[in-house]
Design a protein around this ligand. Structure first.
Ligand code: ADP
Length: 300
């Protein structure tokens, strides 16, 4: 059934198995459901081997699936043609293109494939490569190459952009300017599906985060409420005669008041801190819980 407004991506019961009867089989994607609304930025998080890249490659039409329903911009990527491909942008994990072309030539020649391409010079500027526009691609550093990958992914003005670990190898400044770029694409209405290892990147960019483990979605939600209401309950910590004590509570002020009342004459509570679990804390606990839950679970 189609939800109103037709989502950019709809996946139900996706399965992909690698291997053969001699070496054994591995379910890389084991019944995954995923929705991405138009204009939404969704970040897929998960440990190595969780099935993120396999899933993204199936959505991009680069990999076949064993089972499940997949609709991307209204079409099944398995059957979709050139017109559909021109509506999506792809930044894969590694491009490794060691071309003799210059940056400007490569962006211009890529733009020529698309009916409504962005201005190549603007795109080069947006990824911070203006100074390298006349340099040959093979002379670029890893981070510059990655920014060029992003330029090539967006120059066709895609409705839906796939970014697979786009900022791996970026220094903090380059990562910030990439985030600004993505924020600009969002205001242009581009739908973005992003995989990343950086929790701060997901927190910064994503409207919704999806945590995948062992080929299944184990949690999803906006970055600030992922894991449910209890996941962000503040933690009060203090030192008690050389022992570190913690208390997770909705009423941290009351706990601190109690500690102060019980403190020595100077009113100091040694090592006192009040903190709220970060997205990273929540993510790590979800991954840990998922691994316990998976014990003994039968794949359907
Ligand atoms: P992620 O992107 O989350 O790290 P992948 O989708 O790359 O996960 O991999 C999921 C699982 O499938 C892993 O166990 C990986 O080893 C396996 N896998 C991925 N690609 C292949 C392949 N071409 N052949 C066999 N196994 C693969």
């Amino acid at each position: 059934m189609q939800t109103p407004g037709s989502p950019a991506v709809r996946v139900r019961g996706l399965r992909k198995r690698y291997g053969n009867s001699r070496a054994g089989f591995k379910d890389a994607v084991a019944g995954l459901d995923l929705d991405v609304a138009r204009g939404e930025i969704v970040a897929v998080l998960g440990p190595n081997g969780a099935g993120k890249t396999t899933t993204v490659e199936i959505l991009e039409g680069f990999r076949d699936r064993d089972d499940g329903e997949v609709v991307v911009l209204g079409e099944d990527p398995r059957q979709a043609g050139r017109a559909w491909r021109a509506r999506i942008g792809v930044v894969m994990q590694e491009s490794g293109d060691m071309s003799e072309l210059t940056v400007a030539e490569k962006v211009r020649s890529t733009a020529a494939y698309y009916p409504d391409a962005r201005d190549p010079a603007e795109v080069i500027a947006a990824v911070g490569l203006t100074e390298k526009a006349r340099s040959r691609m093979r002379g670029l550093s890893g981070g510059q190459q990655r920014r060029l990958d992003v330029a090539l992914g967006i120059v066709g003005r895609p409705e839906l952009l796939f970014l697979d670990e786009p900022t791996t190898g970026f220094d903090p400044q380059a990562r910030r300017s990439f985030w600004d770029l993505v924020t600009g694409l969002r205001s242009d209405g581009t739908t973005i599906l992003l995989t990343t290892h950086y929790l701060d990147e997901a927190a910064q960019l994503a409207d919704r985060v999806i945590v995948v483990r062992d080929g299944e979605v184990v949690a999803e939600g906006p970055p600030d409420t992922l894991g449910g209401p209890g996941a962000r309950t503040p933690v009060v910590a203090w030192d008690d005669g050389g022992v570190r004590r913690t208390e997770q509570t909705d009423r941290p002020t009351a706990v601190v008041a109690r500690l102060i009342a019980a403190a020595g004459p100077d009113g100091e509570v040694p090592g006192l801190s009040v903190s709220r679990p970060t997205l990273e804390d929540v993510y790590l606990s979800l991954i840990g819980e998922a691994s316990t839950n998976d014990d003994g679970k039968e794949a359907a």
